[in-house]
Design a protein around this ligand. Structure first.
Ligand code: HEC
Length: 361
């Protein structure tokens, strides 16, 4: 039933893309709001359905239990509120030294105004600001079992960092670079009810350290969810690529040609993370043929548009150079899971503009 509902929601989501309706997270201004995730005022915010995909880009691979998260947003003169909710039949709030993990979710924004870093935890010199909520962070259930593993009151704190706030502000410049911010000013409140989590994040519109939110700006936002019941933690999570958050009534600038739209899709889905800036290659892929992810700036010279569309739609596993060595870590993702046919079409039109003019084999 759960899967059926999720599939139906994905279908509805896909249809709404196809119809060209607005698909972004619109934040509405309100006078006052409480931190209660069930505050009636949330009825005023329009829901935005975000499809999530498993994290299959780097170790530890995993995730995929949660396929859809609903996002809503409101703001006041001083603060931004983002509410996430998703279906989760088991409430997991205890993280310990055994094999118990905690449900969680996160929002990701470019740390610097006007930039669009890789959606996969940012990139060098182009950081992302991450707001991470974990169910186990709330004080009442932190040490429940962990204490018995250590036999000494307080010992656990020397071994595992349990933040005392439900949410933390973090920064990253690529996989494995996550660091807590110096200023911890992100708040979160959560409720698990009737098989669903509902979390409200709150932070001042501007912060000395993290992303700054202004009315009438287009701000990229990405989402992640951890379902601990399926042993999800750290890199094992369900994630989205860049989506769009708009505070206020501004209309999105219309991208007129398929090439312009394709350029935006290329950034939004982070193709450059594996294929290099403008698809020019140079990204290492251990034990792959040639040792790198292939460049894609010249695919026009070797393939038809239909062939390239098909690779993007269905993905492809990398072929190892040495069959006895570990598989190459990076694979081409079956993007058909999250992209509409229209997006795949526009993306290929953009790839066609990348090869220098007049250059043939
Ligand atoms: C997680 C890394 C990763 C990401 C992100 C990624 N790719 Fe790939 N892609 C690969 C790998 C690895 C290959 C080579 C697979 C193989 O060995 O056949 C590939 C192959 C391709 C090819 C075929 C190239 C050829 O010469 O055969 C195309 C086209 C392509 N990717 C387009 C894209 C586009 C467009 C995006 C963004 C939507 C994208 N890729 C995102 C890893 C990635």
């Amino acid at each position: 039933m759960r899967n059926f509902k999720a599939t139906l929601a994905v279908l509805i989501f896909a249809v709404s893309i196809a119809n060209g309706s607005e698909i972004f997270l619109r934040s509405k201004e309100v006078k006052k709001i409480s931190s209660d995730p069930f505050d009636k005022i949330w009825k005023k915010a329009s829901p935005f359905a975000v499809s999530l995909i498993p994290q299959t880009f780097t170790v530890p691979y995993g995730g995929g239990s949660v396929k859809l998260v609903e996002a809503k947003s409101l703001f006041t003169k001083t603060d931004l509120y983002i509410r996430l909710s998703w279906e989760d039949s088991a409430r997991n709030t205890t993280q310990d030294t055994g094999a118990r993990f905690s449900d969680g979710c996160a929002l990701q924004f470019p740390a610097e105004e006007g930039s669009l870093p890789s959606p996969f935890m940012g990139e060098k010199d182009n950081p992302v600001n991450i707001w991470h909520w974990r169910a186990s962070n709330s004080a009442d259930n932190r040490y429940e079992k962990a204490y018995s593993d250590f036999y000494r009151n307080g010992a656990i704190e020397e071994h595992i960092a349990f933040p005392s706030e439900p949410a933390r502000s973090l920064f990253a410049e690529g996989f494995g670079t996550l660091t807590p911010g110096k200023i911890q000013d992100v708040q979160a409140t959560s409720i698990w009810k009737d098989g669903r989590w509902a979390i409200v994040f709150k932070r001042a519109l501007s912060s000395k350290e993290g992303t700054v939110f202004k009315e009438n700006r287009v701000i990229p936002v990405a989402f992640a969810v951890w379902d601990a019941e399926d042993q999800e933690r750290d890199g094992a999570k369900s994630l989205s690529l860049w989506q769009t958050l708009i505070l206020g009534d501004t209309k999105l600038p219309e991208l007129k040609t398929p090439e312009q739209r394709g350029d935006r899709i290329f950034s939004r889905y982070g193709c450059a993370t594996c294929h290099g800036p403008a698809g020019r290659g140079g990204v290492k892929n251990l034990n792959a043929q040639g040792g790198e992810v292939p460049p894609i700036d010249k695919v026009r010279n070797g393939f038809t548009e239909a062939e390239v569309e098909q690779v993007i739609r269905l993905g492809r596993r990398s072929v190892p150079e040495d069959a006895n060595a570990p598989m190459p870590p990076l694979h081409m993702i079956p993007w058909g899971q999250v992209m509409s046919e229209e997006e795949i079409h526009d993306l290929v039109k953009y790839l066609w503009t990348l090869a220098p003019k007049g250059e043939e084999w």
